[in-house]
Write a protein that binds this ligand. Sequence first.
Ligand SMILES: [Zn+2]
Length: 390
Amino acid sequence: MAGKPAARLTAAIAPWLLFLAGCESTNIAPITGANAALEQDEQRLWLRADEEQSALERSGLRLDDRQLEAYLDSILDRLHPEPLLGGNHFHARVLVDPTLNAFALPTGVIYIHTGLLAHMGNEAQLATILGHELTHATHRHAVKGFRSVKNKSAFYATFAIGTGGVGSLIGAVGALAAVSGYSKDLEREADRVGFDRVIAAGYDPRESPKVFRAVLTEAKRTKLKEPFFFGSHPRLQERIDNFTEFVATLPASKLTGRIDAEPFNAAIQGALARNVAADLQAGDFDGARDGAQRYLARTPEVPEIEFLLAESHRKRNEPVATATARELYARLLARHPDFADAHRSLGIVLLKDGKKPEAAAAFRRYLELTPQAPDRAYIENFISQCETKS
Ligand SMILES: [Zn+2]
């Protein structure tokens, strides 16, 4: 009984609290230097963001590529030379995950998935994504987004969207940034302010809408319901519309600038290779094939990538694709006769084709080259299948 009046009181006050929270959320100035003061609820979000960052980095999903991180940080410095709160600077990390996603923690750490990197064409496009993300941090969108969440305790209980990979690891702050995204107005602000930084850093603004169009094409190809904000069709269309409009309002004299495809291509090759393997693992054989072909178009004759390309055909388990795979293994082994895994896969293809003596020879070669093969028993079983008369 005692609870009832209190509940009624809460119900009466709640709309006012929301109203106040609404006013509060519109009145936070961007963080412009090292000495800004965080608001109380914001401090709690930052602590939570630090915990979520630790969980992500313990997960093993962070790509171990310090050269790429240094490259990304150099672009962030060019876009945002001013120090952040506490004198820090923006830092980027890459997560091995084939989904289309990037997100910023309010503390200034920006995550990009290998899947998103793999669908950008040059540094100007990458700068567009980084400019958008860093604005979410400087313009304090996390706390603004948090204040518009109705159920604050449910917000803090958010963990895991259950898709495996990064989706299962990010917490409340990451989910707000990466999954739901922010309101249309805040996203437009990130587009606009980010775009101005891209231009100030000397990049060609005409590249900006292109990156979102490329990502939309990829999101349509996978036909999967992307769990992340960046892969969602309507939100991508908003980005394309905003950037197309921004570019259209620029004078012709501004339609120029650096594109920097070469340093970008060189920096992302390792991430691209990991993404091809991640696509294969996820069963996206078209994605793996296209990624391997893009890689080889930039850097031909890399045996590890040629192998993954062959695997993307073999794993389809269709006659035409199997024949293509067999040809690719043969071509690779002609140049690299000691590539053990190619012998193993070639053996599987030959066995399926009923070419038992050739298959047995390939499996034996694999075991010779890999004395400690973890699948030795499995391969020996294949060899005895090859030796039985049928
Ligand atoms: Zn955004």
